[in-house]
Design a protein around this ligand. Structure first.
Ligand SMILES: Cc1ncc(COP(=O)(O)O)c(CNCCCC(=O)O)c1O
Length: 468
């Protein structure tokens, strides 16, 4: 076979103009700088290549191609620097390319990249499980098993609950999001874009009303009690409690619109489960691991679930997920019943240990609470000025506003998109969410400097003032 000339990157691609940021991480200049239209010329070139190489169904909220990221900024291929209010959808919680994550992952890469834990185990997997067991809000001794994605964690939490109870049914909630695999698509509530055309779906999945106070028909005061009554009705009358393996709930619903369940609802759900021997699974994939100012969002309600799922922020950007639960439940899965080729990959485990280190070293739980203390009042002031802001809600650095037609609760998805695009053009990376597409959600990295947080809020305020 003849020798292929060594291809060098330079031969294939012109180096992006004006890309002065070679390295990401906290050393990246923490500033907002926009000096091209958004997306810029280099991103538009890359978009053309993407159109030729990827299926049309893969889209991006802000199609600027990234060259570097760190602290609280994302820098694109045209050298534009954006304030990051997205964290890659609640993943780079401790900061993009965070020092502790990069150093540990880089060192691991030099030692070995993979063994498959089901073949040869390694200490870092055990250490991540110990970290999660130590912090998880479950009662008594805990066990953890690792996977790669949030959906995989949910799939396996349901397997464990079914093995432990011998029951088939799973109850999820309106506005829920749990992933894109067959079972997690079924558990997810919103049809487009997640489910449409991908059926038939999994069996034995049922849905109960979420205690969504802002949209509860009889008003927020009745919300928790009436939603709990509806859950009892579904479980006891329609399914039969003896057939229900698990109730699955996000302590703060993420893709559904950052819905914080009405006060008392999570406690009521936990009691309903305890009274019937039903496993309560808390899906903390988006809300967990310091994001809301506690290790887990459910901690704010003092509720102890039986199983907790984690992913996203756990690996600081590397794919890793976990199911942590009461030891007697976790041990119900038969030998060899839990696993996967890459599950608990050693590089991701090293990164995860870096995440725990960063959270402790930076006191990031307190930082999340400080971000809440800045954002909620600022957003409330915006709501006083603009009646299109129907609701302000969230905890820690998981905050959202719901946009409606002025004066009533009619969702306004068009305005939501317009505000988001205005923020993007001004150099603020924000994401939308919600069953009705009318939620602007804010997920800043906890490493975001305070001045950029306030600058970002100023951009948002200007966007609302401009649309008024
Ligand atoms: C609560 C909750 N559970 C489970 C998941 C699924 O986690 P995976 O790691 O994306 O599988 C999520 C992922 N949310 C972001 C989805 C992004 C997209 O695919 O459009 C979540 O938020």
């Amino acid at each position: 076979m003849h020798h292929q000339p060594q291809r060098t990157p330079e031969a294939d691609m012109t180096v992006a103009p004006d890309t002065t940021h070679a390295l990401g991480g906290p050393a990246l200049p923490q500033r907002r700088r926009i000096h091209t239209e958004i997306p810029g010329p280099r991103s538009r070139e890359l978009q053309e290549r993407q159109r030729a190489a990827l299926p049309a169904g893969v889209g991006s909220a802000l199609p600027v191609f990234v060259e570097a990221a760190g602290g609280g900024v994302v820098v694109d291929a045209d050298g534009n620097s954006f304030i990051d209010f997205g964290s890659g959808i609640a993943v780079t919680t401790v900061g993009n390319a965070a020092t502790g994550v990069v150093e540990r992952a880089a060192a691991q890469l030099q030692r070995f990249t993979h063994t498959c834990f089901l073949v040869n185990p390694y200490e870092s997997y055990v250490a991540v499980c110990e970290e999660l067991n130590r912090r998880a809000p479950v009662a008594g001794p805990a066990r953890t098993v690792l996977f790669n994605t949030g959906a995989e964690a949910i799939e396996n939490a349901v397997k464990i609950a079914r093995a432990a109870t011998g029951r088939p049914a799973v109850v999820a909630f309106d506005h829920a999001y749990h992933g894109r695999t067959l079972l997690t698509m079924t558990l997810t509530a919103k049809n487009r874009p997640y489910k449409h055309g991908f059926g038939p779906f999994a069996g034995e999945v049922y849905r109960a009303p979420m205690a969504y106070a802002y949209r509860w028909p009889t008003g927020p005061e009745q919300c928790a009690r009436e939603a709990a009554d509806a859950l009892v009705e579904l479980v006891d009358r329609q399914i039969g409690a003896e057939n229900v393996a698990a109730v699955l709930i996000e302590p703060i619903q993420g893709e559904g619109g950052f819905i914080v369940p009405a006060p008392g609802f999570l406690s009521a759900v936990a009691q309903i489960c305890r009274d019937r021997g039903i496993v309560l699974i808390a899906d903390e994939v988006q809300s967990g691991l310091a994001r809301t100012g506690r290790w887990f969002a459910i901690d704010h309600e003092g509720v102890q679930p039986d199983l907790v799922t984690t992913a996203k922020g756990l690996g600081g950007g590397l794919p890793i997920a976990g199911v942590t639960g009461r030891a007697e439940l976790m041990d119900a899965a038969p030998a060899g019943g839990l696993g996967g080729t890459f599950s608990g990959n050693p590089v991701s485990c090293a990164a995860a240990l870096g995440v725990f280190e960063e959270i402790e070293r930076g006191d990031l739980l307190a930082r999340a609470r400080a971000i809440e203390a800045t954002m909620l009042p600022a957003l409330d002031r915006m709501r006083q000025r603009h009646d299109v802001i129907g609701d302000v809600r969230g905890r820690g650095a998981m905050i959202a506003i719901e946009l409606v037609k002025g004066g009533d609760h009619t969702p306004d998805a068009e305005l939501t998109g317009r505000i988001a695009r205005s923020c993007h053009a001004a150099g603020l990376l924000v994401l939308t969410a919600g069953t009705y597409g009318n939620v602007l959600r804010f997920l800043p990295p906890l490493s975001l400097p305070q001045d950029l947080l306030e600058e970002g809020l100023g951009i948002l305020a200007d966007a609302f003032d401009a649309q008024a």
